[in-house]
Design a protein around this ligand. Sequence first.
Ligand code: ZN
Length: 648
Amino acid sequence: MTATYPFSAVVGMEDLKLALLLNAVSPRVGGVLVRGEKGTAKSTVVRALAAQLPQVAVVAGCRFACDPAEPDPDCPDGPHEPGEPRASRPAALVELPVGASEDRLVGSLDVERALTEGVKAFEPGLLASAHRGVLYVDEVNLLHDHLVDLLLDAAALGRCYVERETVSVRHAARFLLVGTMNPEEGELRPQLLDRFGLTVEVKASREPSERAEVVRRRLAFDADPAGFVARWVSAESELAARIAAARARVPSVELPDERLEQIATVCAGFEVDGLRADIVTANAAIAHAAWHGREVVTTEDVRAAARLALPHRRRRDPFDAPGMDESRLDDLLGPDNNPDDDPDDDPGAGPPQGKGPQDPGGPQEQATPQAEDRPGDADVDKPSGESVAKAAEPYKVGLLKVPGVGEGVAGRRSRGRTAQGKAIGARKPRDRMRDLHLSATILAAAPYQKERGRQGPGLLLKQDDLRETIREGREGNLVLFVVDASGSMAARKRMTAVKTAVLSLLLDAYQRRDKIGLVTFRGATAEVTLPPTSSVEAGAARLRQLPTGGRTPLAAGLVRAAEVLRVERLRDPSRRPLLVLVTDGRATSGGDVARAATLLRGTASVVVDCESGPVRLGLAVQLAARLDAPAVRLEELGTVVRDYRKAG
Ligand SMILES: [Zn+2]
């Protein structure tokens, strides 16, 4: 393959191309996660690659793209006979939109026909369409967690299972999964990150002429997508044939013991958790060898694989951006590592492309780690005038609830209708029935049996009769902490008490199975110190290191919180948020507080009032009133156990 790639001006684009090719060669590699800012032509590259995948032979008319040589025995359109007509078509490129429903993804079963006629009437979803092709998920980090789970399960099993009450359907769903994300909009949960085989980081070049070239090509693509791809195809017309040849070679590629040990050494050296990294690296190395026409895996193959398979798996603060120290990789690969011995122009063997240990996208380490170890609980002053207050032991806090009844995931905070709750009644299903309420369904159908012409013993059911169980228990919420870390808090030596309180609330949120997030404001701006996550460790670590100082941009904190909540509503709409605003109500910069507060109208909130001293202004109480929220004094958090409810 030549290196004259349309988007080579985008840093990481050669890595992306290689990652896609390795997946095209071996499905065992497990997909690609593309991290990077918007406007880096990620989707264009994926499209271009998909257009080059070898054609697939299918059983004519099968909606599940069965291979005539080896039809899926479970195929809902089957069973297929050996002599059935066949067809050949391009490998599919299917896009999963962020707002897709579960039905759209996995397909839908007609429960009425199943119950009344005993027919498995199944409408295939996007997973079926993507079989033997590419499934592309733009902004996978904004996809609802539940859909991400379904998606990754199907990707891991190569199979899609659809279960509804008494009926189940399964079909093959093997696809090259490509997800993209912009880390600034929130991270993927670490356990989901781990399930993508490879990661690639792309970013736009800072070089103006290269940026201009990217834009030019993007415009050319938008003006004529088919023509653009066709030009690329004709430039590398042998690609499909080479992919097909490499695929055929994979089963015979040998992975010698020395290479396997090399992989284990590299994975151990980068402190990755579990064995998955080793397995993915081995599969990617085999694919890389096959791609280069080798029968035996070399150190070069291991290096190329490790560069793509390990960055997101190395043990680290879960919210630091992935990244990898390439010289460390070379050290671990050992003395026989000769990255330049491959004459082929391999995009994976190129020089490090601006990558390194310095995690450019991650939050800055602003704290001195020694701060924690110094004696006494006094603030530790830094030369900049900032200080890092120490938190004391967390204590038990009272229960803060979101009012009303939610429909979020099971947890231990607010009232919620969840799958694990107690049955409290029945209702007509609003979208998809999951939990049949048998007696209510029979009762609904009973009056119409004669009218429907029932003769035998079987009950005649219609869709309209179906009733699902309503269950009520407790749900987990998204608890978003918005914490004032400005100088006014430090000056009053309040920050230790504030950190301890927030730490206590974090611990409480963890025990109640909430998602947590942390927005802090000080100096000129507010920042998302911890994007919403289930990791309390990450929250505690960020909080402990949080420096204090500077002015108080309270309004900026509120605006930032509103932004985080907007994205989370898209990502996880059923998880109701609870905003915990920790402030003394003062604002010395950052805009109009009253206006900013209107952005949070309708969000269940609690204001933790941190004001202290002999003269009190009551600003936090006023802000609470604006937010229609209760105000609770910092000192009360640990002693008062009661339900805080928003008025009305
Ligand atoms: Zn079929």
